[in-house]
Design a binder for this molecule. Structure first.
Ligand SMILES: NC(=O)c1ccc[n+]([C@@H]2O[C@H](COP(=O)([O-])OP(=O)(O)OC[C@H]3O[C@@H](n4cnc5c(N)ncnc54)[C@H](O)[C@@H]3O)[C@@H](O)[C@H]2O)c1
Length: 278
């Protein structure tokens, strides 16, 4: 049986690890061919090789517009078409009090998290409009797209802006049948979250479960499933949307979290405390 992404060609940025790597694997499992784009060459090459002829690796720094554009050109050259981009590359970025925040840190975070999404959306839109058969533009947002206190100021600002970009562009591209959506992961066990907590995978999984009303850790494969859905024809009427995959972390008002004598998961204040050093 053909996979849900049979014959589709996708670019995935930040695909050498974490959510991007899981998404690349899931896309290939569903029949897609992918460009694995990242700056971690060894990890990216290894992942692409493990996916056989369905993947190619390209070194692409998403803060550079020409390098983002090159990922789409490589998809067209390698696989003969282009249907989807997942703007996923990211980092925690600049931290600290707004009163003392260094503008250079602010701009560096915006470049990686937000400029990258603009570049990917812009060049994917141009290629998809020219092709004329529709397509899908996807970006990794965050539960920090929805409220403050879940990340540092530049991270939270960039992730909010990604939702604005998604909604703004969706209506322009809708007549071209190009759908524009974002996924907001909760607390996912990845190198990024492990690094920010200074914890190994097991401890990070425990903390991810503790942050979830479902008591389940969220692994990158859960986020990849949402991207598969949004890239597939199953989502052909879905555009301009943010799909949150957080095991319920943002479903309840934060105050109720502290009145649950049985449940134990982190509310925004506790999460903010965890992330205070970011
Ligand atoms: N892990 C979480 O809990 C979580 C939660 C919400 C959102 N996110 C978002 O998910 C996305 C993926 O994060 P992850 O958790 O998988 O982290 P990760 O560190 O495992 O993966 C991020 C990837 O992006 C790449 N990258 C960083 N800067 C780059 C650049 N300039 N050019 C190209 N590639 C670059 C890294 O090399 C890495 O492979 C990010 O946008 C992140 O903000 C993560």
């Amino acid at each position: 049986m053909a996979g849900r992404l049979h014959d589709k060609v996708a670019v995935i940025t930040g695909a050498a690890g974490g959510i991007g790597a899981a998404t690349a694997r899931a896309f290939v499992d569903e029949g897609a061919r992918v460009i694995v784009a990242d700056v971690q060459d060894e990890r990216g090459e290894t992942l692409a090789a493990s996916l056989g002829g369905a993947a190619r690796y390209l070194h692409a720094d998403v803060t550079r517009e020409t390098e983002v554009a090159a990922t789409i050109a490589m998809a067209q050259q390698s696989f003969g078409s282009f249907d989807c981009i997942v703007n996923n590359a990211g980092l925690i970025g600049g931290a600290g009090s707004i009163a003392t925040m260094d503008a250079a840190h602010w701009h560096a975070t915006m470049a990686t998290l937000l400029d990258s999404a603009f570049f990917g959306t812009k060049h994917a839109a141009a290629a998809l409009i020219a092709r004329g058969v529709g397509g899908s533009i996807l970006t990794t947002a965050s539960i920090a797209s929805l409220q403050g206190g879940l990340g540092a100021h530049p991270y939270t600002t960039a992730k909010h802006a990604i939702v604005g970009l998604t909604r703004s562009v969706a209506s322009e591209l809708a007549p071209h049948r190009i759908r524009v959506n974002a996924v907001a992961p909760g607390f996912v066990v990845t190198p990024l979250s492990m690094g920010s907590l200074g914890a190994d995978a097991d401890e990070t999984a425990q903390r991810s479960a503790a942050a979830s009303p479902m008591r389940l850790p969220t692994f990158p494969e859960e986020i990849a499933r949402a991207f598969v859905y949004l890239a597939s024809d199953d989502a052909r009427q879905v555009t301009g949307q943010l799909i949150t995959v957080d095991a319920g972390a943002t479903a309840a008002p934060s105050v109720s979290r502290y009145h649950d004598g049985v449940s134990r998961f982190l509310g925004p204040a506790e999460l903010a405390e965890r992330f205070r050093s970011l």
